[in-house]
Design a protein around this ligand. Structure first.
Ligand code: CA
Length: 296
């Protein structure tokens, strides 16, 4: 177990999410934005009160991110959308994969230039028919990368000049040079190779030391990696197998929130992990960053 822990791992919301995902800490609200993809819901969790607001989107929602005006943007089975949290109203922006009804959007995040990246996956998981898209500041989408199986974790280095990316079945974290004004990516290379047998790399975040924290699907853990050496350097054990993603939050930015899933676990597997689908939190000796906000 990690030597960076300042508290035990705690389940802060026994949410019974089917596919909990995409956590982002919203400093202005002091709430955690997260989604349950397969229940088609966006949530705002208030750790001070334990309230967990629910917004029904009506179709699978892969990720949700904050906007500069306080709105929430998301990507899901029907493309990119905007949620007005005050009313719960949804406005659909664009659907770059409308011609691919077997796909849905999955993980996504806003980059340091304020543009919204989201990647897709084919439900059938049969061929790499997913892609990574960028929603620019004019709400126009661009297809940036193809040949993706399960588009997942995104993070940017402390100096914003490197973008990290996970296509889960590759068991790799790849890096790109990132242009902080245009959001152009180039010079793809692999920086981490996850060994077989310890789970699948899913969502990720970065800390102020430039280290990556990766939720491990079927790995019972969040693992900390050094992208400069490719080495795993720390571990947080969880009481659930399907750890999907994580983000830093809290007043000081030193709390790590972690989402999990209960989907496709049979009764005997669920009996061994009754908190599957819960939200977890731990306080660490290292801090992260607040999420970037979409400026479109
Ligand atoms: Ca994911």
């Amino acid at each position: 177990m990690s030597s960076l822990l300042l508290s035990p791992v705690k389940c802060v919301l026994d949410a019974k999410a089917q596919l909990g995902e995409g956590p982002s800490w919203l400093p202005r609200l002091k709430k955690l934005l997260w989604v349950d993809i397969e229940k088609s819901r966006i949530h705002l969790f208030d750790p001070a009160t334990g309230n967990n607001d629910t917004f029904e989107i009506g179709s699978h929602v892969g990720c949700a991110v904050p906007g500069v005006q306080g709105d929430i943007f998301f990507a899901g089975a029907k493309g990119f959308g905007q949620l007005l949290p005050a009313t719960g109203k949804v406005h659909w922006i664009t659907h770059p994969e409308a011609h691919l009804p077997g796909n849905r959007f999955n993980d996504g995040k806003v980059d340091p230039a304020g543009r919204f990246w989201a990647g897709s996956l084919p439900y059938a998981e049969s061929a790499p028919e997913g892609a990574l898209h960028l929603l620019d500041e004019h709400r126009k989408s661009h297809r940036i990368l193809g040949d993706i199986s399960i588009s997942n974790g995104l993070a940017w280095s402390v100096d914003h000049r490197t973008m990290y990316y996970i296509d889960t079945p590759t068991l790799r974290v790849d890096a790109f040079d990132f242009d902080t004004s245009t959001s152009k990516i180039s010079n793809r290379r692999t920086v981490i190779r996850v060994p077989q047998g310890i789970g699948y790399p899913d969502g990720m975040t970065i800390d102020q030391e430039g280290m990556l924290w990766i939720g491990m699907w079927d790995g019972w853990a969040v693992l900390r990696w050094d992208p400069r050496t490719g080495q795993q350097i720390d571990r947080i054990d969880l009481p659930v197998a399907r750890v999907t993603s994580c983000c830093f939050g809290g007043d000081a930015g030193d709390e790590l929130y972690m989402t999990s899933a209960s989907t496709r676990l049979d009764a005997s597997a669920l009996a061994k992990q009754p908190l599957a689908g819960g939200l977890f939190k731990v306080q660490l000796q290292v801090k992260g960053f607040a999420p970037f906000e979409y400026r479109g």
